[in-house]
Design a protein around this ligand. Structure first.
Ligand SMILES: Cc1ncc(COP(=O)(O)O)c(C=O)c1O
Length: 371
């Protein structure tokens, strides 16, 4: 049997991109600056320029970025935040952490992101205090429509870009459409650190100043707490150094992921699988997710051939045990059907063409056997 296909270790993937991680880390260790120092500032400036916004604020992880975004916009108890329910409970965690209530909206069945028609109905029919739109699997949601609707309704829009670093439409990047964009730099992300990391991006100067304060206890100046709801959520210098070194390689890495996705898309065209729609710059193939009515059997077949796969995510947010009682009346048939069928196939930097062909032939072989 050929060698197993699994995501490579972080250091191996970075070396393949030409990065000398040990030397980089040594330089940070020797600098004697470890938190919110010059490396963080340099990365924040580079990342803001890359996304095309005025400010980037480094924080400890992507979930904190979402929570701080909500806090920065003044969201709290008694307020209602619309989001989708197929996005791994990350936005739900943040919304619940500030004491607000998640309001779950149905997805677009083909894109698997927030459906603009559903958003329009929700904005017309109920009081909403914010919207979190998630660019699932690296697919930019329908942002021209969603951003316009939120603006017209006067409802703040937060983008969850944790899976969509570098996705863009009409030259406008994920994170540059809403009031705030939130990123995770978890190691497996398209832009990944060597541990946890995250960032908020915005073009609003006052909001940026508030978010900077909120990530560090709510300090206005050192030891003076002027903002309610402050946290300790800092990005460290080691992570910032890794991220700054990897940022210039992001577009090329996204292009490689997209090429893998395009090859899969062409090969799977005749099979009973629903493959991702987009192959343009609005899709950065963070995950290559197909839908199959025979998901478990297909997974078992892949696994028997040494091919790792995963399910992102098997349980919709409103069916998670912690909220299942409170959400018993929530019905989202498209979301629920998607969660029962989605399957993530290998799609990562460092994957060789022959590994891609191997996955294709095992998927094809499965469908021949069950035909
Ligand atoms: C869509 C999405 N949002 C938010 C997060 C949370 O990021 P973190 O794990 O850095 O807290 C993730 C992480 O997997 C994610 O995929």
């Amino acid at each position: 049997m050929p060698a197993p296909i699994t995501v490579p270790l972080f250091c191996a993937a970075s070396a393949a991109q030409g990065l000398d991680l040990p030397a980089l880390l040594r330089s940070v260790v020797d600098s004697q600056r470890y938190m919110l120092g010059p490396r963080v500032q340099a990365f924040e400036e580079a990342f803001a320029a890359y996304v095309g916004v005025r400010h980037a604020i480094g924080v400890a992880n992507g979930t904190d970025a979402l929570e701080l975004a909500l806090r920065g916009l003044g969201l709290g108890p008694g307020q209602r935040v619309l989001t989708v329910a197929n996005a791994g409970f990350y936005a739900s965690t943040a919304i619940r952490a500030v004491g607000a209530e998640p309001v779950y909206a149905e997805i677009d069945d083909a894109m698997l992101t927030l459906a603009p028609a559903v958003l329009a109905e929700a904005l017309a029919g109920q009081r909403l205090h914010a919207v979190v739109v998630t660019h699932m699997y690296g697919q930019l949601a329908d942002m021209p429509a969603i951003a316009a609707q939120c603006k017209a309704a006067g409802v703040p829009l937060i983008e969850d870009c944790a899976q969509a670093h570098g996705a863009r439409r009409d030259g406008r990047q994920a994170g540059a459409w809403g009031d705030i964009g939130c990123f995770s730099f978890y190691p497996t992300k398209n832009l990944g650190a060597l541990g946890d990391g995250g960032a908020l991006v915005t073009t609003d100067d006052a909001l940026a100043a508030r978010l900077r304060a909120l990530r560090q206890y709510g300090w206005g100046t050192k030891y003076e707490v002027v903002h309610e709801g402050g946290r300790n959520s800092r990005l460290d210098e080691l992570q910032a150094a890794v991220l700054e070194a990897k940022l210039p390689l992001l577009d090329e890495a996204n292009a490689r992921r997209r090429a893998i996705a395009a090859r899969y898309g062409a090969a799977f065209a005749g099979l009973p699988l629903q493959a991702p729609l987009a192959q343009g710059e609005d899709y950065v193939a963070h995950l290559y997710v197909v839908r199959s009515t025979q998901r478990e059997a297909l997974r078992a077949h892949l696994s028997a051939q040494g091919i790792a796969s995963d399910v992102h995510y098997p349980l919709p947010d409103h069916r998670q045990p912690v909220v299942a009682d409170a959400c018993a009346g929530v019905r989202l048939p498209l979301t629920e059907a998607a969660c029962a069928q989605v399957l993530s196939l290998p799609c990562f930097l460092g994957m060789t063409d022959s590994q891609v062909e191997q996955v294709i032939s095992v998927v094809a072989d499965f469908h021949e056997r069950v035909a």
